[in-house]
Write a protein that binds this ligand. Structure first.
Ligand SMILES: N[C@@H](CCC(=O)N[C@@H](CS)C(=O)NCC(=O)O)C(=O)O
Length: 263
């Protein structure tokens, strides 16, 4: 039987892939391409990933782009913010950004990645892409589904938060959100951690769901400095602290822009 070391195997697979891109696509592979394929082979890409760069076009505010930005920070990926184009929007052009006309659904945020054609819209789709290249989607589909269900719960909580801003009775909406909605949304997550006995939501290591939960908690805290969304939820508080220690998430959190949605 042919025996290869992990590094030999790594080199062989990488070279095969580079050869494939050259011969079949007649393109030079970008860092992102190489990472994508190596990720499927389950290599530990922490160091390589630091060299990746993606661009999110959005205003310099903490709102719809923040999930993707937090996932990038947790995964060691540099997410550039093109707020210059956002400030010129809708009339920025191909030289400095993506105009409203060129945004798939006429809205921001939008994501562009060096070497990739087109533009990705919809904050959740952008976040999902970033989570994937960050290696934060579990490779086992069942564990990934566990992460996805918590992800959906957190985005649901975020949608309820944003709705407060547009409510006819804003004060009442924010009060209900803080006193009732957050507790209803988070109580089952606390129960889930109690049942699994793990620190994280999906399996025994961090995944996208933990970062999305972390982010929604930051959004709640930023929307109302008097709020205490983790009151009575010790396991969620432990999860949050473990997540904060991932990649450059703590540093990202300390530099978050002003929130758009606020009591
Ligand atoms: N479902 C979209 C909503 C995007 C959205 O509402 N974008 C707003 C800014 S947060 C926008 O571009 N508004 C300007 C416009 O619609 O012209 C997402 O989550 O990305």
């Amino acid at each position: 039987m042919l025996r290869t070391s992990k590094s030999t195997d790594f080199c062989r697979k990488t070279l095969t892939y580079l050869f494939y891109r050259r011969m079949v696509d007649r393109k030079s592979p970008t860092t992102v391409d190489v990472l994508e394929v190596l990720d499927t082979w389950n290599f530990n890409l922490g160091l390589v990933r630091c060299k990746m760069s993606i661009t999110i076009q959005y205003w310099n505010i903490t709102a719809r782009a923040v999930f993707a930005q937090a996932l990038a920070a947790a995964g060691g990926i540099e997410a550039k913010l093109n707020d210059t184009a956002a400030n010129l929007w809708p009339t920025c052009n191909a030289n400095n950004g993506i105009s409203k006309e060129e945004c798939p659904f006429g809205q921001m945020p939008v994501l562009t990645v060096e070497g990739k054609d087109g533009v990705i819209a919809e904050s959740e789709a952008i976040a999902r892409y970033v989570a994937t290249i960050a290696g934060l989607i579990p490779s086992d589909p069942w564990v990934a589904a566990k992460s996805d269900m918590v992800w959906a719960r957190c985005f649901g909580t975020w949608n309820e938060l944003t709705a407060c801003q547009y409510s006819a009775d804003k004060a009442a909406a924010w009060e209900k959100f803080g006193k009732t909605t957050v507790v209803e949304k988070f109580a089952p997550l606390e129960k889930m951690l109690a049942k699994s006995g793990t620190t994280f939501f999906a399996g025994d290591k961090i995944s996208a769901s933990d970062v999305v939960f972390y982010t929604v908690v930051q959004l709640i805290l930023m929307s109302n400095s008097n709020s205490d969304p983790l009151h009575g939820f010790p396991l969620l508080a432990k999860n949050l602290e473990a997540t904060r220690a991932t990649g450059s998430l703590a540093e990202f959190t300390s530099k978050m822009a002003a929130p758009y949605y606020k009591v």
